[in-house]
Design a protein. Structure first.
Length: 115
C-alpha cells in the first residue's frame, strides 16, 4: 500500500508553462490566485507614445513590489531582466501588490513621473 504524495504541483512551474504558452492574463490569474488579495496580476500594453519606450526596465523607477514577469511582443514571449527594453505595443504581465497597483499606470502615460 502506497501512502503519501505521489505528485507535487508547483504553482511557479505552472505559471511559467502558461507564460511559455502565451496564456491570457485571466488564465494565469486562475492558476496562481493567491489566498489573499495581496498579489495582483495585471496586463499592461505600452502605447506608441509612452515615455518608457526603448528604456530598460531597470531605468523605469518601478517600486520593488512591481515585477514585470513577462513581455508578449508580437509572437514572442520574453522573460525580461533589468536590461530588457520596452517597445511600443508590448504587452506586459506585471505582478504587484495592492499598495503598488497604481504604480504600473505610469508605464502607459506619455510622460513619466510628472515630466
Amino acid at each position: 500500500m502506497k501512502r503519501g504524495v505521489d505528485h507535487v504541483i508547483c504553482a511557479l512551474e505552472e505559471l511559467a508553462e502558461l507564460i511559455r504558452q502565451q496564456a491570457s492574463v485571466e488564465e494565469i490569474k486562475r492558476v496562481s490566485a493567491p489566498k489573499t488579495d495581496a498579489l495582483h496580476i495585471e496586463e499592461v500594453t505600452i502605447p506608441k507614445n509612452a515615455w518608457c519606450i526603448d528604456k530598460p526596465i531597470c531605468a523605469l523607477g518601478l517600486p520593488d513590489d512591481v515585477i514585470v514577469a513577462c513581455i508578449n511582443r508580437r509572437h514572442d514571449t520574453i522573460i525580461p531582466n533589468g536590461s530588457t527594453q520596452l517597445k511600443a505595443k508590448d504587452r506586459l504581465v506585471v505582478l504587484t501588490t495592492e499598495n503598488e497597483k497604481s504604480a504600473i499606470r505610469i508605464l502607459t502615460e506619455k510622460n513619466g513621473y510628472g515630466e
